[in-house]
Design a protein. Structure first.
Length: 319
């Protein structure tokens, strides 16, 4: 990247690479995730990081609304999202992506994280009980929520065209790329690679693919509720939205539940084990005694591991 964009020599490029420091060493490998936009044999894909644990069916992320249903009334958010269960829908405009906000609080005070990452910069801090902060750049929708829902949960329905003070470059409009709903296309891939080749200083991308994709899709992303990319740190950084015990609703519950209630009852579909990985924490009891507050979440991962591989693992569980 440095050589192509600045014309420096190979020796200078090597020095630049050696000096490059990402927020975590393995982030250097995440540039490869950009290639998924080249899988044009698919209409829509959900990119999921390998350090995640899917707890419930998320098929709704792959379901577009049927054309004949687009003009019918229904309970959906201003994003065109109706994600109460696996029969839900997600309208995704061409050239857009859908994702969940990153938590930019830096609750663990990681020195490698940007200094601008503070609770004041975090989308989940702006409205304490909102599990689905707005992306501030939603497209206009042909189907709109009721006035009652807008009044009860205004943040979900804010549209960038409705409030000039809310702009797509708002620092809270920043998504985590652990889970991304996308539409592969040659045009999208070329656009991403064009931005990639234009990078002059890779040190400005401590979260490589994430920083770049936020740059590429600035103003063109739909905000999903946190439950589809439940960063493990959210449980303690934003306990007001964390609903670990919630289960996906059945169709009867969906039909009798308002949009606002659906959002407040969002289950955790998918846990994202950022930073320390559960498979590296073998002795959960010792970790708990040492004050590791994520042990309970690691237990979910180890339970799934046992279900897949039986007792062929060497971790020590904790109740």
């Amino acid at each position: 990247v440095s050589t192509q964009s600045t014309g420096t020599s190979n020796s200078n490029r090597t020095t630049s690479v050696q000096k490059m420091k990402y927020a975590a060493d393995y982030y250097a490998l995440t540039w490869a995730k950009l290639a998924v936009w080249g899988l044009t044999e698919y209409d829509r894909l959900v990119l999921v990081d390998c350090d995640m644990l899917v707890r419930f069916n998320m098929d709704q992320l792959l379901n577009p609304r049927d054309k004949e249903d687009r003009h019918k009334s229904g309970k959906i958010t201003g994003d065109g999202v109706e994600l109460g269960n696996s029969n839900g829908i997600l309208d995704l405009p061409p050239g857009w992506v859908a994702a969940c906000h990153a938590c930019t609080c830096n609750p663990l005070k990681k020195e490698s994280y940007p200094s601008s990452w503070t609770p004041d910069s975090c989308a989940y801090s702006q409205i304490p009980d909102d599990p689905c902060p707005p992306s501030h750049n939603q497209p206009l929708q042909s189907i709109l929520p009721s006035k009652e829902d807008r009044k009860q949960q205004p943040s979900v329905f804010i549209n960038s065209t409705q409030n000039d003070s809310i702009r797509s470059d708002n620092k809270r409009s920043y998504f985590n790329t652990g889970l991304v709903v996308l539409q592969p296309s040659t045009a999208a891939l070329n656009e991403i690679l064009q931005h990639f080749r234009a990078i002059k200083d890779p040190r400005l991308y401590p979260f490589p693919d994430q920083d770049l994709l936020n740059q590429v899709f600035k103003g063109r992303w739909i905000s999903l509720g946190y439950g589809y990319n439940a960063l493990k740190t959210l449980k303690y950084a934003h306990p007001h939205i964390w609903q670990e015990g919630e289960l996906p609703l059945n169709e009867h519950d969906i039909s009798t539940t308002t949009t606002t209630q659906l959002l407040k009852r969002m289950p955790i579909y998918n846990i994202h084990y950022i930073l320390e990985k559960p498979w590296n924490v073998h002795d959960l009891e010792t970790a708990r005694k040492k004050g590791d507050k994520f042990v309970g979440l690691y237990q979910y991962w180890w339970q799934a591991y046992h279900e897949l591989f039986g007792s062929k693992c060497d971790n020590k569980s904790v109740s």
